[in-house]
Design a protein around this ligand. Sequence first.
Ligand code: 5GP
Ligand code: MN
Length: 332
Amino acid sequence: MNPMNNSLKFLSELDKQSDIILIAHTSPDGDTICSCLALFELLKKCGKNVQLVCDCVVPPILSFFENSDKFIMPEDAVKSPCVMTVDCSDTGRLGRAYPLFENADVTFCIDHHITNTAFADYNIIDAEAAATAQVVYFLSEFAKNNKQNLKIDSLGDIDKNIASYLYGGILTDTGRFAYSNSTADTFYAASKLVEFGIDVSDLCEKLFMTIPLRKSKLLGYCLEKSKLFSNERIAYSFLPLAVVKEYNAGNNDTEGIVENLRNIDTVEVAVFVRQDDENRYKISTRSKKYFDVSELCRKYGGGGHKRAAGFNFEGDIDSFIDNLIAEIGNEL
Ligand code: 5GP
Ligand code: MN
């Protein structure tokens, strides 16, 4: 399973560290939060002092996870010589936590984004993995099977609670094992995690079937306002700031909208724009079968995966979107 050639070096270097800051990405999702929580527990088993840092609060839908209240803001973190980024494709994803990374003596990165540039001193990046939680699972399994007689060997000690974090991370990044990123390795990791006795239906219900009414209404608004282009192969919707405010919506309330646009039968590429400020926008893109949205988003300073990517934009959105849709249409 999963070679991970550099795992030995990664683990032995990590063993030397006593204080570690784990950083989740800005606008955190289930994968970054769950992978951090799993590493938090595993590294504590290795005798490390660990701080959990994110520049946004943990979304309410994830707050049922034990220890999710342990995340602190970057400015509240005690400076540490060692930082590990989790599920971050580039340092821009660290948001206000970036100075902690910049000022660290040694940096580690665990990720699964194809656009990741291996920006840390020690990197484990598996672009084939469906989720960073899957990468963490295999790293833990590696530690278990390749003991070095070091404290870091305890990274292999997954328990039921840690298994529920890792399963949660995999579940969210695969859309409940629905997306094309689910591979045999994904199901292998999931099955090993289920063996710990986790409650799979409870996790699924909490993560996918516990939706505030405002979120459903926002989805309704965006689908109602959606437009199709290029022989109905591109779906597009725009959510103005005024509507975000009207529904008192948080960032996680707009999650899933772009997937619903992609679900339209004729659509290959979905583009969803959320206005975050007068001049600032978050663009989310998804593709169904063949279009590489990570390439597209990389051009605009963002990144992600082939079938799911995004970026931030500042400026005149109307002409930008016209050009973006024309560009996608030309490449389809
Ligand atoms: P979403 O559209 O759900 O925010 O993000 C989809 C995917 O694209 C995620 O894997 C996320 O990491 C990536 N992504 C979204 N926005 C950005 C961005 O601004 N920069 C980079 N590098 N990746 C992004
Ligand atoms: Mn992820």
